[in-house]
Design a binder for this molecule. Structure first.
Ligand code: PLP
Length: 395
């Protein structure tokens, strides 16, 4: 007998739960797109993007998913045959590199270390070898959603500077924006890429570029620019051109509402909420791991992401079965393992519109599934999460 009736709990690392206020903001008739209220919505969203990316640079909104924003960043900066260095730490920087390859860019991958964040010393060493300055950019993710690793972006900037290399630093924040802090200008990031459907609590379909002055100068000579992705074509005051065509009106209202909610909560509080809930998840996983079947993918606690936790099942235990049990029997949808972790891992998302009961509910269902499927695990993971929150969330 399943106990799954009632509202389904979405615990996948994007798209994430869309708040009712955001859904309601979209429930409106179509409106004029050449003048009127929409101009203010666009300007408000572009400005709010500057605030979450923490940049005084230019921001751009695409009617596209994250793959679109990847392609936008590459086509606006490079010409065929240009070379970039991709820093592997899971699946997604590799994907960005693959999209660059398809555009005619020469991509070198700096291999990652299993279970670890990007090795900043290896970045510095590789860039030192490039004395001719062939690499035009370094591409890296702040959080990789497959491995759930957190990369130290300021440390990567320092490695580039220590090597005396002039390449651009390009960062994918699709699984981190609005979840953990990102200081584009202070950290010396030249281009950042984001998406609507994770920390920004908006339905999928919008993605972003944020662009600093150095990147804007490089952009002037890029040979891969297209009429849709082009940054320059979107600059200026003509509203229609901000989207290179018809604006994604209803998604813009949704995004605007989501920024209102982030502003009301306060970005620092948003980051703190995520870090407290993420640690609650990690406390539970640490207890389950005591029987040596369940384990983290990421070895070092400080390299574990605050947006998602990838949990490995060692031996012959089948993560797909656990995911299926949680969904069909208990109404919780966990993230599947990606790439080399498919069937070996499940992912617990803790990003976006989440609170304590959602996280504790999800953890409880995982604990039920571990017991019901006879997967050896330490007892009391949920209790450890409760203990953590009751210590930190004071009266
Ligand atoms: C870190 C990261 N980058 C890029 C993407 C690709 O985004 P999209 O699926 O919206 O194209 C994802 C999707 O999960 C992601 O997690």
């Amino acid at each position: 007998m399943p106990v799954s009736n009632g509202r389904e709990f979405l615990s996948i690392p994007g798209p994430t739960t869309v708040p009712d206020e955001v859904l309601q903001a979209m429930h409106r008739p179509a409106i004029e797109i050449y003048g009127g209220e929409l101009m203010a919505i666009t300007n408000g969203c572009l400005d709010s993007l500057r605030k979450v990316f923490k940049t005084s640079g230019d921001t751009y909104i695409y009617a596209a998913n994250g793959h679109g924003a990847w392609e936008a960043s590459v086509s606006n900066l490079f010409s065929k045959g240009d070379k970039v260095l991709v820093l592997e730490s899971g699946r997604f920087a590799i994907g960005w590199g693959e999209s660059a390859t398809r555009l005619g860019i020469e991509v070198e991958v700096l291999a990652g270390r299993p279970g670890r964040a990007v090795d900043v010393e290896a970045v510095e060493a590789r860039l030192r070898e490039d004395s001719a300055g062939e690499f035009k950019a370094v591409l890296v993710v702040q959080i990789d959603t497959a491995t759930s690793v957190y990369n130290d972006i300021p440390a990567i900037r320092r490695a580039i500077d220590a090597a005396g290399h002039g390449c651009l630093l390009m960062v994918d924040t699709i699984a981190s924006l609005g979840i953990v802090d990102f200081k584009m200008d202070e950290w010396g990031v030249d281009v950042a890429v984001g998406g609507s459907q994770k920390g920004l609590m908006t339905p999928p379909g919008l993605s972003f570029n944020a662009v600093g002055t150095k990147a804007k100068a490089v952009h002037q000579t890029a040979g891969l620019r297209t009429s849709y992705w082009d940054w320059t074509a979107r600059d200026g005051d003509v509203h229609y051109m901000k989207y290179a065509g018809t604006p994604p009106v209803h998604l813009l209202y949704a995004l605007h509402q989501s920024f209102n909610m982030l502003k009301k909560e306060g970005l620092d509080n948003v980051f703190l909420r995520h870090s407290l809930l993420a640690e609650a998840v990690r406390r539970a996983v640490s207890v389950w791991a005591q029987a040596n079947v369940v384990s983290f993918i990421i070895d070092q606690p400080e390299e574990r992401a605050d947006s998602v936790t990838t949990v490995r099942l060692n031996g012959d235990y089948d993560a797909a079965r656990l995911i299926e049990y949680c969904h069909r029997k208990c109404g919780v949808v966990l993230g599947v393992g990606i790439g080399e972790y498919s069937d070996k891992a499940f992912r617990i998302a803790h990003m976006g519109h989440i609170n304590a009961p959602m996280i504790l509910g999800t953890l409880s269902v995982v604990e039920i599934s571990l017991a019901a499927l006879n997967i050896p695990h330490g007892k009391g993971g949920v209790q450890a999460a409760i203990d953590w929150l009751s210590e930190r969330v004071t009266a």
